[in-house]
Ligand binder design. Structure first.
Ligand SMILES: [Zn+2]
Length: 246
């Protein structure tokens, strides 16, 4: 299972204050390399719309957030999205000293409890509570999202995307975090070779997120296509009027 392989190594991303990459190790940003991880994930002839991404609300999640993320993921990747019934936040993920939830435990929860029966190729957890990981000497470090690299699960939190932000900005940030984290789950590492691309490392500030398009740049799209064996739509910009409504 994913949780017991090397893929257990997670790429935490879009961290407020510091760029964070729990894994893979190595110096500096590297180019997208999703295509070198083995055979394509899907059989020949699979279309992007055949790939199912399920949103799993963990605790109460604003319906507008779910709608925006569903539309944004479909716009960026061409995948079919749907939201699952809301589920309780697992108590096992609660970190009492900081009163927030451990993102890696949430991913493990999704792997164990949601992926097996959801009938989805990817499961994206979403929550409004603050989530965190262990980062270097920080026992508990707040993040916007986390994914297991080249795996089936990712999780995002709106706690930091909505802080001090107007609603529309908050929603845009949340959608971008979602497409970024799914990029990790689809096999992409951070990649700063082209500014504004989806997999740019946040480098410690949500401003980086604001500068991203939220859709894969060409080299990112091609890397994902190679990894999945699926052609993705050639989208150069997010249609925010469609994703967020007027
Ligand atoms: Zn990241």
């Amino acid at each position: 299972m994913i949780a017991t392989t090397a893929r257990r190594a997670a790429v935490a991303s879009l961290v407020v204050l510091l760029a964070l990459a729990l894994a893979p190790p190595g110096p500096g940003p590297r180019p997208a390399r999703a295509g070198d991880r083995g055979p394509p994930r899907f059989p020949a002839g699979t279309r992007a719309a055949d790939v199912a991404v399920c949103l799993q609300p963990l605790g109460k999640v604003d319906a507008a957030v779910l709608t925006a993320v569903e539309r944004g993921v479909t716009a960026a990747y061409g995948f079919t999205t749907r939201s699952l019934a809301a589920a309780e936040l697992p108590a096992s993920a609660y970190y009492r000293p900081r009163k927030r939830y451990r993102a890696d435990t949430l991913l493990d929860h999704l792997v164990a409890k949601v992926v097996p029966d959801a009938g989805c190729d990817l499961v994206l957890g979403g929550t409004e509570v603050d989530i965190s990981v262990t980062k270097d000497h920080h026992r508990d470090w707040g993040v916007l999202g986390l994914a297991y690299l080249d795996a089936q699960v990712a999780v995002i939190s709106t706690f930091r995307t909505r802080r001090g932000a107007a609603r529309r900005t908050s929603l845009m940030r949340t959608v971008k975090v979602a497409t970024h984290e799914l990029g990790h789950a689809l096999g992409l590492d951070h990649d700063d070779s082209v500014a504004g691309c989806m997999m740019n490392d946040a480098r410690g500030t949500v401003k980086t997120v604001d500068a991203e398009t939220g859709v894969p740049c060409r080299h990112e799209r091609e890397a994902i296509e190679a990894r999945l064996g699926v052609d993705l739509p050639d989208v150069t910009a997010m249609d925010w009027r469609h994703v967020l409504g007027p």
